[in-house]
Design a protein around this ligand. Structure first.
Ligand code: IPE
Ligand code: IPE
Ligand code: MG
Length: 269
């Protein structure tokens, strides 16, 4: 599982005419989906698992190589105890049930988040699922559980200083991002949040710096392949400038057809 850390995606211009390489999703709206049907909130979570399966399959079919799903935030512990334990049970059961399917489909599973709060048996299950799928190459599926963007940045700082105690005040962005939870893949190209809220809720704070942000009112249990394709089509209309001007992009696009579309690196002040 020793991956080479990716250099920040903001240094290149990804080809938006194709599918995004990395899609990151806040799966929101399960509770409201259930309430609308006079069902308990947990029924929405149960239905949400079907959307997870659908989205994984569709991303794979469309050629997305990295999919990151926000399943449980570091703030979700604030929910009623029964809902928290239902969510963790659902996660445990899905892990057990789905690992075989992931293996068959060539999907590598990674779990990101602070696992220190979980029972050792759950942590062992997570590690085993990651180990069993670690050589798969078709798509990397990262599930964020007990994840918070601030936690991620803090643990990266601690990790960096532990490795290089002498670098207290002169480490670089690249050295820090190499310690972040998603250091094995490109930064997200497309972020999707279902459920109508337009906020990031402590998801990938560092990694979303230049991601295209897509918000939809569709509730997560209703989010199907048509909804995902709509988000991808929207992404394909975007112009990603990373601080440059439109004119610079069209010049470089003309001249970089044979050069892999890479622009000179961005200077960081
Ligand atoms: C998202 O749906 C699932 C989790 C946060 C685990 P919600 O449970 O937040 O659903 P709403 O936002 O209350 O509708
Ligand atoms: C974000 O949803 C977290 C997950 C989907 C796992 P929330 O429903 O917890 O977000 P807020 O509290 O409305 O911002
Ligand atoms: Mg919510």
């Amino acid at each position: 599982m020793a991956d080479t850390p990716f250099v920040s995606s903001t240094r290149e211009i990804p080809d938006v005419s194709g599918v995004p390489r990395h899609v990151a999703i806040i799966m929101d709206g399960n509770g409201r989906w259930a309430r609308k049907r006079f069902m308990p909130r947990v029924a929405g979570h149960r239905r949400g698992v079907e959307s997870v399966r659908n989205v994984i399959r569709t991303c794979m079919e469309r050629g997305v190589t990295h999919l990151t799903l926000f399943a449980f935030s570091s703030e979700n512990w604030r929910r009623p105890a029964e809902e928290v334990s239902f969510l963790l049970q659902l996660f445990r059961r899905s892990l057990l049930r789905e690992v075989e399917r992931l293996t068959v489909n060539g999907i590598r599973l990674r779990i990101i988040g602070d696992l220190s709060r979980f029972e050792p048996s759950l942590v062992a299950l997570i590690r085993e699922a990651e180990r069993r799928t670690c050589t798969n190459e078709r798509m990397t599926l990262s599930i964020a559980v007990n994840y918070g963007g601030r936690w991620d940045i803090m643990q990266a700082v601690h990790g960096m200083l532990k490795k290089h105690p002498e670098r207290r005040d002169d480490f670089t962005e690249n050295e820090l991002s190499a310690e972040l939870a998603l250091n094995y893949g490109p930064e997200p190209d497309l972020f999707i949040r279902t459920g109508g809220e337009q906020r990031v809720s402590n998801f990938l704070l560092w990694q979303l710096a230049y991601t295209e942000l897509y918000f939809t009112d569709t509730l997560w249990p209703d989010f199907d392949e048509v909804a995902l394709d709509r988000a991808i089509q929207w992404y394909q209309t975007r112009e990603r400038r990373f601080g440059r001007t439109s004119e610079q992009l069209s010049t470089s696009r003309r001249s970089s057809v044979q050069e892999g579309r890479t622009l000179p690196p961005v200077d960081h002040a």
